[in-house]
Design a protein around this ligand. Sequence first.
Ligand code: GLN
Length: 257
Amino acid sequence: MSGLPALRLGHLYPAEMNIYADRGNIAVLRQRLAWRGLALEVTDLEVGDPVEPGAHDLYYLGGGQDRDQQVVAEDLVATKAEGLRAAVDAGAAALCVCGGFQLAGHGYTGTDGHRMPGVGILDLDTVAGPTRLIGNLVIDAEIAGETVRVVGFENHAGRTRLGPGARPLGRVVSGHGNNGDDGFEGGVRDRVIGTYLHGPLLPKNPRLADILIAWALEHRTGEPPVLAPLDDALEVAAHDAAVARALASNGRRPARR
Ligand code: GLN
């Protein structure tokens, strides 16, 4: 091992919010750290568990059906919101995917009209629309000073609108994105990323995985890390194949709805 301390991941609601192979994202983080001689320590943060600011370098909140989100939304606000807000204000990283992206915002009004509160670590709000936005999704993300093409799958009824405190993760190249009409996908502030992209997201988007790892290590050690490059031939081939398939199935322009 490298001598650096383990990166500490707080996995929010692994039992309820795991609908799109969310554990695959965590496996990627663990493996990319292991290849560099670094360890990942995962703490499951379940219903009732508090979030202690400073205890984790990275938080993960995955996707869920409306009914899963209802189970966790009240708990999120009651036991975790304050700690999470303090943690990300102090530079902890977070990746919030799909249902988790919605609950990272101010709230989500589901398909039955039920309003679920969000944790408010991203300035955005979500209301379910009459149809589901489903399909392959390609975006050009502007993140950590780079433009990174990111690909995945989306399946959501929610239409998400960003407030002035969040900027989009990227622009839709092909697919629906946050709401199907403004051309934005995801939301970012500080080291917090929310996105509708899943599938899971990180196996075929290794650059995004390394950006999150670098942010979390910087939180852990106080220094920007130098990450040893990895042989990403397989990951890049998977990425390129997924992008090609998405562009072929959707067309290059954002999908019509
Ligand atoms: N239930 C939410 C929606 O339909 C999120 C779906 C998801 O996480 N896949 O918008």
